[in-house]
Design a protein around this ligand. Structure first.
Ligand code: MN
Ligand code: MN
Length: 460
């Protein structure tokens, strides 16, 4: 089926709208490299628009009214923004969902050791990664150290060009004859992902002097001792800013676009709302990359509980009311899709794959093999979405991730589908998904933003 290139919509000065929106996105991507940093950004953006903290609303026993805006958070890693509609919540919500965790190298609980007069930090990778992609490049360390006294120190080391970075070494090609014969999954193995953290011995120390030097630096910079690694969450991520990509600057390269590209465009759409008829929600969750598990992942009761609390503050709470609110909702569950890559055409079926420049991608289903593990969006629901996008002239494409049996993937969509709501996978197509640097098309990001806004206002 013929679909025009979305750039054709934007001629001359009009193109500036696309580029200007993506400047904001690049800043978000550059500053938010962990789920916590993303959640904090979202809360700040919401507060600037007048959103209240649900915890404070509950503590002060305030009530809520239609038109109010309120946010709920979970452990600083998941956020739900609510813009309360005129209609009762049990008639259903319009929900934009995405995830804010991304693949990375997490420090182990006991990470620091010395070997060969070098100090190293042992890691355990998070999410699906090609491990060989994570070596021989500058990595920054982001996260928190929770000390025994209850204080929490934030860490973001290696982003300022004046600060040092860390990295995992790779084997020189000259000595790699055995390594180069290995399968891709074995070229670099999980236990090889150790960050080189230091090389200068501490004066006067005989035993592990380089490690002791690092501990001294950590003490000075973060007031931490070695045991504080036990209660830390430190993530090694690619260092540096998101950048324009391509000679025409039509794309963006940066870390963590899965799924922060959908999170940012959903957030921006959410913040444009004024007096919606139905309650609108932007739900940004953690742990999608490892199965949406735990208190901050989509399987958690976090969102359901937040809906119950909000309905209670509106004077609309009942057990049945909450169930109806969820079952009657409509959702775009946004997560990135795979963009056609001329370097790897063999994994794509050209009539049913996503292309850069064709706008927001919908996946009727995801999963692997015979669609196993997928949400499968209802045809009637898809027809309503098509109508909205076409009436508004917003570019979209409906695609599969790749060829049948080439692989597969899952999202949070089926978890929301369990409530009985209408939900479809949507999102922005990427090249290099899960690599340290992923690539997205600027016009797709902008069309997604317009599409999310139209969905919140128009879906019925
Ligand atoms: Mn992913
Ligand atoms: Mn994803």
């Amino acid at each position: 089926m013929e679909r025009k290139n979305a750039w054709e919509k934007y001629q001359g000065a009009d193109r500036e709208k696309v580029f200007a929106f993506c400047e904001g996105y690049k800043e978000f991507l550059t500053k938010c490299k962990t789920e916590r940093e993303c959640a904090a950004w979202v809360v700040e953006a919401a507060k600037e628009k007048g959103y209240w903290d649900l915890h404070q609303v509950l503590a002060s026993k305030k009530s809520l009214r239609p038109g109010d805006t309120v946010y709920a958070t979970m452990m600083g890693k998941a956020v739900a923004l609510f813009h309360l509609g005129e209609e009762p919540m049990e008639t259903g919500m319009h929900i934009l969902g995405a995830h804010i965790d991304s693949p990375r190298l997490d420090l182990k609980p006991n990470p620091l050791y010395e070997e060969g007069e070098l100090a190293l930090l042992d890691t355990h990778y998070y999410g699906g990664v090609k491990k060989y992609q994570w070596v021989a490049q500058p990595l920054a360390l982001h996260g928190v150290i929770a000390k025994k006294d209850g204080s929490v120190v934030k860490v973001a080391l290696g982003e300022d060009p004046a600060e040092p970075v860390l990295g995992v070494s790779d084997l020189l090609i000259h000595l790699a004859s055995e390594q180069m014969k290995k399968a891709g999954s074995k070229v670099v193995e999980g236990e090889d992902l150790n960050l080189l953290a230091g090389s200068i011995p501490l004066d006067g120390e005989e035993k592990e002097p380089v490690k002791k030097q690092i501990l001294k630096l950590l003490e000075k910079k973060y007031g931490m001792e070695e045991a504080d690694f036990l209660s830390a969450e430190l993530e090694a991520v690619p260092a540096g800013a998101a950048r324009d990509y391509g000679l025409d600057a039509g794309m963006i390269i940066g870390y963590g676009q899965d799924d922060r590209v959908c999170a940012y465009s959903s957030l921006e759409a959410m913040l444009t709302l004024k007096n919606p008829a139905k309650t609108c929600v932007c739900l940004l969750v953690d742990k999608e990359e490892i199965g949406s598990v735990g208190a901050t992942g989509m399987h958690s009761r976090f969102f359901e509980n937040a809906v119950a609390e909000v309905m209670n503050c509106l004077g609309q709470y009942s057990e049945l009311g909450v169930r109806r609110a969820l079952a009657n909702s409509k959702m775009l569950s946004s997560d990135v899709s795979a963009a056609f890559d001329p370097n790897y055409p063999s994994v794509m079926e050209k009539n049913n794959c996503a292309y850069f420049g064709r706008g927001l991608t919908f996946n009727k289903y995801t999963g692997r093999g015979g669609k196993s593990g997928s949400n499968d969006a209802n045809a009637e629901y898809i027809s309503r979405i098509r109508r909205i996008f076409e009436e508004k002239g917003i570019c979209y494409q409906i695609a599969e991730l790749g060829k049948v049996d080439a692989g597969g993937g899952g999202t949070i969509a089926y978890i929301m589908g369990n409530y009985g709501m209408d939900v479809i996978d949507s999102g922005i197509a990427l090249q290099n998904m899960h690599a340290p640097y992923e690539v997205a098309s600027k016009v797709d990001i902008y069309e997604a933003y317009l599409g999310y806004e139209a969905f919140l206002k128009e879906i019925s």
